[in-house]
Design a protein around this ligand. Structure first.
Ligand SMILES: [Zn+2]
Length: 221
């Protein structure tokens, strides 16, 4: 992929983060190293969960945005907690990889606005994209400069990205992080999140395959 001009970063590397603290962290999936990066602009603390030697090519990486409703409170409106769990499982099983946990709730619009969007969906039958538009937000305001800065600091040479979302690949490459390939992320559907997942697929370009035979599983990338 070197020599392909598409792989060249379109922007200069940013330096918004301070590598603030780190420690070994025993977890239910074995030992990780947790590294905290502080954004000098807003004080937000972004997390890297690191397993094994990641100063090399083709490191499995998941870029995950925080989702309090799903991860803390068990919401069934989205599949964030399942995606987080499966990415950590995958990294633990291969004994190498990085999970970046970015503090950008609700695709970057914040928890309060996310709940406003839920209310619009509930009361007016809008989908995720329409509700965000109505609130004045683009569909996805997440940024990838933070993720690329974290990966550079960790010494990752190139990435095998665990994702369903082609925008994430483009976002990383745009920030100068080579993506070697995509590792599909599988997730389960339920009656409450199937519309959300279909909107992701049909309106936001996510590569999600639904296994309609049993209606119980979605395969996403
Ligand atoms: Zn979520």
């Amino acid at each position: 992929m070197s020599g392909n001009t598409k792989m060249l970063p379109s922007r200069k590397p940013t330096h918004h983060l301070e590598r603030f603290s780190e420690s070994d962290l025993p977890t239910s999936r074995g030992l990780f190293r947790i590294v905290i990066f502080r954004d000098k602009r807003d004080g937000k603390e972004h997390v890297a969960m690191v397993r094994g030697d990641v100063k090399k090519e083709g490191v499995p990486v998941r870029i995950h945005s925080e989702c309090a409703t799903s991860e803390l409170f068990g919401s069934l409106r989205c599949d964030c907690r399942a995606q987080l769990d499966r990415a950590l499982d995958f990294i633990a099983q291969g004994n190498v990889g990085v999970l970046l946990y970015l503090r950008q709730e609700g695709r970057g619009i914040g928890l309060g606005n996310k709940i406003k969007a839920y209310a619009l969906q509930q009361d007016h039958g809008l989908d995720t994209v329409e509700a965000n538009m109505k609130l004045g937000f683009p569909d996805d305001v997440r940024r990838y400069d933070i993720a690329s800065e974290m990966l550079r600091s960790l010494g990752v040479q190139s990435v095998d990205l665990i994702t369903n979302n082609p925008l994430k690949i483009a976002g990383l490459v745009d920030e100068g992080v080579p993506v070697r390939r995509r590792i599909p992320s599988r997730t389960l559907t339920n009656p409450l999140n199937v519309d959300y997942l279909k909107t992701k697929r049909d309106r936001s370009g996510h590569l999600i395959e639904f296994l309609e035979e049993d209606g119980s599983e979605a395969k996403a990338g």
